[in-house]
Design a protein around this ligand. Structure first.
Ligand SMILES: [Zn+2]
Length: 276
């Protein structure tokens, strides 16, 4: 079990620890993919000390910034560089989430060494996960960008769209970033209208997922079609349509992203209704 902490607890057993060395979104793991467990820290950049993330099964967990200019940690043969996305499924989900947290904290530490207001050097705040400026007191927190993802339902059908960002013919739920001044529900209604010109109602929360590519928080929703015909925004979408459970196009199912969880949940609910 993993417990999030910003500082090592006083009674932490230091005979072993878990290290998550990160370089440009790549995680250095044990050969075969497990997180690196050893008493000694892998070599990191001395100007970026390891950041404490919490306690995993009694062991302290540290993120280590491997600056591109650094030598690889330990010997090349000892640790294996694995891009964070590819690490999914190779280690327990909880460990993958820790690796995602490490990638975000390393990025935060790296990009907040100086105050954004007065450019003086910052220091780490003792209690919160924050950087504080010694000159002007400005505080900066890790960057998180909330985004919403929504499955629009119309009777036995759902709306799926082939987004321009997908490399091949692949459909998913609509998604977009939340704008300042907006609630998550406002963002759902606006994004659906912008992307496919549909009006929706009855927006229901589904669940959320940290998405460390690079610092999103994906908030999942389902809602009901209310009015309109699909008219895609060609800048964002190649094609969008209504699909029933027995004619789904290529789309995520379960797996690492909340898009797959939304579609699986809808399929289960649809199957339950049709078996009544
Ligand atoms: Zn300042």
């Amino acid at each position: 079990m993993f417990t999030v902490l910003n500082q090592p607890p006083e009674d932490l057993d230091e005979s072993s620890a878990v290290w998550v060395p990160i370089r440009s979104g790549t995680v250095f793991t044990e050969p075969g993919g497990g997180l690196c467990a050893s008493p000694a820290a892998p070599v990191g950049n001395a100007s970026h000390p390891a950041a404490f993330l919490g306690v995993l099964d009694g062991k302290g967990v540290w993120a280590v910034d491997m600056d591109p200019a650094d030598e690889p940690p330990l010997d090349e043969g000892d640790l294996e560089p694995v891009p964070l996305r590819k690490l999914y499924g190779r280690i327990p989900d909880e460990h993958w989430q820790i690796a995602g947290r490490a990638a975000q904290i390393v990025e935060f530490e790296r990009t907040h060494r100086y105050c954004g207001r007065c450019a003086s050097p910052t220091s780490t705040n003792a209690s919160d996960r924050a950087k504080v400026c010694g000159e002007c007191g400005h505080m900066a927190f890790p960057r998180l960008s909330p985004a919403m993802i929504v499955l629009v339902e119309r009777g036995p059908e759902v709306l799926l769209a082939w987004g321009r960002q997908f490399p091949g013919r692949f459909y998913s739920a609509l998604a977009g970033f939340v704008e300042p001044g907006e609630s998550l529900e406002d963002a759902v209604v606006r994004e659906v209208y912008e992307e496919v010109q549909l009006t929706v109602s009855n927006v229901r929360y589904f669940g959320s997922q940290p998405w460390p590519f690079p610092h999103s928080l994906m908030c999942g929703f389902v809602c009901d079609w209310q009015d309109g015909e699909i008219e895609i925004d060609p800048e964002e979408i190649v094609e969008a349509g209504w699909y029933t459970a027995d004619n789904l196009p290529p789309c995520p199912r379960g797996g690492m992203s909340i898009a797959g969880w939304l579609i699986d949940d809808w399929l289960q609910r649809t199957a339950a209704v049709s078996s009544r």
